[in-house]
Write a protein that binds this ligand. Structure first.
Ligand SMILES: [Zn+2]
Length: 302
């Protein structure tokens, strides 16, 4: 018994054949070609499913970009990068076409569930997950499930305001958390203060070499990051925060800075049992989280 896992991003679709205990038996990727619209996307998804139909397939698990009602597998909003995607009930279409159970959930929520099942969140029923990339995404795991919110958009941590009259954000507001603490924000801050176009790794390399400007840039960026993070911790009082995204490649070096900065911003009971961990599943978290949801849906997991 196997599962087809598919992760639909704005640029690439990653997919794989998965064992029931979350091992990736085979994997591949193809371009999303988002601009060609939802029907082309559906053809691509069908191609992937049909590639594996000769196996003993239990179901289809999909992690996708956008605002998604994961309880029914319908896209309810988000950035309209794939024409026709918003409003699509992918689960209904897949289940009808293949007569197999399917799930669709937002990619950040899937990543959180993947980490809960097989990664940094193992053994924890409730925790908060943040992904630092172009923006800051969030997922809230509550009692082993995703807290979706009334209209399925809970956990958009990137749009918490951290500067009253700050940088303009794509959401229309000013001073959003992701304008100051995402990987993109780090790159922008370096460009503004040094005139140089550097990626995250290069910025950290210069900071580690003790270049004064870069030491300040990283210090300020971490400070913004923990400003927002401490707000989240005050709301949820979680035992665990899992942080994902490319910058976590900095490992304990960055984790130590986060912990130090956070310590000054939290009351004693908020720090008492708190652990901050970096995500463990990397790019596979989305597919594995979707599989976790599918296995729950068909009663193979508690
Ligand atoms: Zn915003």
């Amino acid at each position: 018994m196997k599962i087809v896992g598919i992760d639909i991003g704005g640029t690439m679709i990653k997919y794989g054949l998965l064992s029931i205990d979350g091992k990736i038996l085979e994997s591949g990727e193809m371009k999303t070609e988002a601009e060609k619209g939802v029907e082309v996307l559906f053809d691509k998804i069908s191609y992937i499913v049909e590639k594996y139909l000769h196996e003993d397939i239990l179901g289809i698990a999909v992690s996708g970009t956008g605002q998604i009602d994961g309880s029914i597998g319908k896209v309810v909003g988000g950035n309209p990068i794939i024409p026709g995607w918003i409003g699509t009930n992918l689960v209904e279409r897949l289940e009808k076409k293949y007569n197999l159970p399917a799930v669709l959930e937002n990619d950040v929520n899937c990543a959180a569930l993947g980490e809960k099942w097989l990664g940094a969140g193992r053994g924890k029923d409730s925790f908060v997950c943040l992904t630092i990339g172009t923006g800051i995404g969030g997922g809230i795991v509550l009692n082993g499930d995703i807290l979706r919110g009334d209209t399925c958009v809970a956990g958009e941590f990137g749009h918490i305001q951290v500067e009253k009259n700050g940088e303009k954000c794509l959401c229309g507001k000013r001073g959003c958390y992701e304008r100051y603490a995402s990987a993109t924000a780090l790159v922008r801050m370096a460009k503004e203060r040094t005139g140089k176009d550097l990626n995250g790794k290069e910025i950290f390399d210069r900071e580690k070499a003790n270049e004064t400007l870069f030491v300040e840039i990283v210090k300020d960026w971490v400070d913004y990051f923990t400003d927002g993070l401490s707000t989240l911790i005050y709301i949820f009082n979680p035992p665990l925060v899992v942080i994902g995204g490319g910058v976590t490649k900095q490992g304990d070096y960055l984790l130590d800075k986060i912990n130090k900065s956070l310590e000054e911003k939290l009351g004693v009971n908020f720090r008492k049992n708190l652990t901050i961990k970096f995500a463990e599943l990397g790019n596979n978290a989305g597919i594995l989280g979707a599989e976790y949801l599918l296995l729950k849906k068909i009663g193979k997991l508690n």
